[in-house]
Design a protein around this ligand. Structure first.
Ligand SMILES: [Mg+2]
Ligand SMILES: [Zn+2]
Length: 285
């Protein structure tokens, strides 16, 4: 693997890494769409998924059945190649998602790409003793609010982005972030990105619509993408841009150090002056 560069790529999961929403996929594939749609207007998404997992279990659906359904989830093959290539170039990869650890890890492990991610920020999915999948919110909103009115109560992705940025600043390390997402909850993080960062919204999806309404609010360079093929091409383009511009900077720094050397060499020759002065004194005698 190439040596680590200073690029952190943050991926949303549903409809970004995979081509569908994993929550909907599991519910639909196991035949619970009607109940899901019936309950959807009555509670927040995250609470609904907790309820749906209970319903699946009560109706005799096993964890193995859920796993099997997850391994059939649609993903564009170029996305997998993009993830592997970005990692090979030395980028650090992270996930910020409102799905859950059980779904995400099952899918990534099946695809053989789980190890490429250094961090997965999502709701905790846990299989209890009865073999039922329980989902606990990433942010426990029953204890306190995360304080961001833009985001659902269980997760503010913007706060996670801030935490990642702060961890780099604290250690005095430079970092360029590339953020990829599709949903309305990917808008909050896009507002936290800095001028040197890149935002990759999926074209004609909610986050793209929100950015398009007032593009000046996003300080990062915005490059949209449509499918896995476009994502790979645009992501690789940005990585190459960042790497070559940081190489240029390194070269410039080296040149500055060399200029410094020339000045020092000049000073070494100075003792020649008093030697030259001795000559006229001898001549006077
Ligand atoms: Mg998404
Ligand atoms: Zn937020």
């Amino acid at each position: 693997m190439a040596k680590k560069n200073n690029i952190v790529i943050v991926f949303d999961f549903d409809k970004t890494i995979i081509d569908v929403d994993s929550d909907n996929w599991v519910v639909d594939e196991l035949g619970f769409t009607d109940l899901f749609n019936q309950l959807l207007p009555t509670m927040p998404w995250n609470s609904l998924m907790v309820r749906m997992m209970k319903e699946l279990h009560d109706h005799g659906k096993t964890i193995e059945e859920i796993k099997k359904v997850l391994t059939r989830i649609p993903i564009h093959p170029r996305v997998i190649l993009a993830i592997k290539a970005a990692h090979a170039l030395g980028c650090e990869l992270r996930i910020v998602s409102d799905a859950n650890t059980f779904f995400i890890e099952t899918i990534l492990e099946y695809l053989g790409i789980l190890e490429y991610f250094s961090e997965i920020n999502t709701n905790l999915g846990h299989v209890d003793e009865q073999g039922r999948l329980t989902i606990s919110p990433y942010h426990d909103f029953t204890k306190s609010s995360h304080g961001c009115s833009r985001c659902p109560p269980n997760m503010c992705k913007g706060l996670i982005i801030e935490r990642i940025q702060d961890s780099f600043t604290k250690e005095g390390n430079k970092m360029t972030m590339i953020y990829l997402g599709d949903g309305a909850n990917d808008y909050c993080p896009s507002l936290r990105l800095k001028a040197e960062d890149y935002m990759m919204p999926r074209k004609d999806f909610p986050v793209w619509d929100l950015i398009s309404q007032n593009p000046t609010l996003v300080k990062a360079t915005v490059r949209d993408w449509t499918d896995g093929e476009a994502m790979e091409r645009i992501l690789m383009g940005i990585i190459n841009e960042v790497i070559s511009s940081s190489n240029e900077e390194e070269e410039k720094e080296k040149m500055l150090i060399c200029d410094h050397c020339k000045i020092s060499v000049g000073i070494v020759h100075e003792p020649l002056v008093p030697l030259a002065l001795q000559v006229p004194l001898k001549l006077v005698k």
